[in-house]
Design a protein around this ligand. Structure first.
Ligand SMILES: NC(=O)c1ccc[n+]([C@@H]2O[C@H](COP(=O)([O-])OP(=O)(O)OC[C@H]3O[C@@H](n4cnc5c(N)ncnc54)[C@H](OP(=O)(O)O)[C@@H]3O)[C@@H](O)[C@H]2O)c1
Length: 362
């Protein structure tokens, strides 16, 4: 029998924070006990602090609306004393986020983070539970460095790569040499709705600051190995990326081209069979937020589509389609994942479930 954990959300008023708050409602293991944001929101009830910023289709959970929002920077000790661990998704300077997350970890409050600030800290695991769950063992080294008994930081990867890394992962065994990817990313990825970003209606912006570097580099940490208390990034495959902001509310799509080492390209049937069979520790451990089938392949030529498929398996599955040979690479395909669910809050909740199941939150 899994125990119940008291959970806080730092950055609760934001786009990702709102997702966390809704995902905690009726969660079988987690119970929301504290919400925090900036000093602008602190002291107000959550309902007051969010007011006309509520961005989700589902209504704000009634209980959460009554919480008085804490100041994430001024009330650290109070917040840490109210929870077993916190999720964190804040819009602040990177160095301030790094310091804030470390402060909570040193107060023995584990942090499961959506922020990019600690993704390249050597002993901070960056985890997609189906792909590199074993990286959480690096937490022992991190706790030694921080001098903590239970406090640590674990992070999830960027939302842009959440569809194509899972699709490529089961194909690495064939000798994947290089990948070209173009992403078509929804506006909620910037914490926005169309009401707050009218310039995005009927528009496409071919630039998202820092996103292409993250899309190219972060997969190599996910595929990296543990060595001497550090995660050392993988050498390949080499990835090149272009990231576009498109006029969709939710759901990041990716057009992917892949080339295998000479003579190693598998058949299309073998690739589809690998996708259908793929499961990881999230499924084996039957974590509450894990999709039953992680990768769904659509045979229809016009799928996946953002509006039709982003919510597959509560927004936690990845949809793939249009696998076909390419004239320059071996194959090309399209894939999609929900950026604020699997790509952000949902992915972090799944990571927290993994950490609980493996005893890191006790
Ligand atoms: N949106 C996505 O799809 C997505 C996906 C993956 C990762 N992320 C990452 O998640 C983080 C949050 O993104 P978002 O889209 O949710 O942003 P957002 O909607 O702009 O929300 C930002 C949150 O940060 C809080 N905040 C700002 N300054 C603060 C301060 N000085 N101290 C404490 N809290 C402060 C805000 O509180 P107030 O309301 O009080 O200002 C708000 O709760 C970012 O690091 C982002 O890169 C987002």
């Amino acid at each position: 029998m899994i125990k119940q954990y008291s959970v806080g959300v730092i950055g609760a008023t934001g786009m990702v924070g709102q997702r966390f708050v809704t995902l905690m409602e009726n969660h079988p293991w987690f119970r929301l006990t504290a919400l925090a944001a900036s000093s602008r929101s602190a002291g107000k009830t959550y309902a007051e602090a969010v007011k006309d910023r509520w961005a989700l289709d589902t209504p704000m959970p009634e209980e959460a609306g009554k919480f008085v929002v804490l100041d994430a920077q001024a009330d650290t000790e109070k917040l840490a004393s109210m929870v077993d661990f916190c999720f964190c998704a804040v819009d602040m300077k990177k160095e301030d986020i790094r310091a804030l997350e470390e402060k909570y970890a040193k107060l023995e409050c584990p942090i499961v983070s959506n922020n990019s600030a600690h993704r390249w800290t050597d002993d901070v695991p960056m985890v997609i539970p189906e792909i590199n769950a074993h990286h959480i063992a690096i937490i022992d080294a991190q706790r030694k460095r921080l001098g903590t008994r239970r406090g640590f930081i674990a992070v999830k990867s960027n939302c842009s790569l959440q569809s194509y890394v899972p699709a490529l992962h089961p194909l690495k065994k064939y000798g994947l040499e290089k990948v070209l990817v173009c992403t078509y990313q929804a506006i909620s990825g910037a914490g926005k709705t169309f009401a707050h970003w009218p310039e995005m209606v009927d528009n496409c912006i071919p630039y998202i600051g820092g996103e292409e570097e993250k899309s190219e580099r972060e997969p190599l940490k996910l595929w990296g190995r543990m060595e001497g208390g550090k995660i050392v990034k993988a050498e390949g495959p080499s990835i090149t990326a272009q990231c576009f902001r498109v006029a969709c509310q939710d759901g990041h799509m990716a057009a992917v081209f892949m080339k295998f080492l000479d003579g190693k390209a598998p058949s299309m049937d073998a690739i589809k069979a690998d996708w259908a069979a793929f499961r990881g520790p999230a499924q084996d451990l039957e974590l509450p937020s894990a999709p039953k089938q992680f990768l769904h392949y659509f045979e229809e030529p016009d799928r996946p589509q953002t509006r039709l498929d982003r919510n597959l398996e509560h927004g936690m599955a990845v949809s793939i389609g249009r696998l076909r040979p390419d004239t320059q690479y071996d194959y090309k395909f399209v894939c999609l994942s929900h950026n604020t669910l699997r790509g952000a809050a949902g992915g972090a909740v799944l990571l927290a479930e993994l950490l609980c199941a493996k005893g890191y939150m006790d």
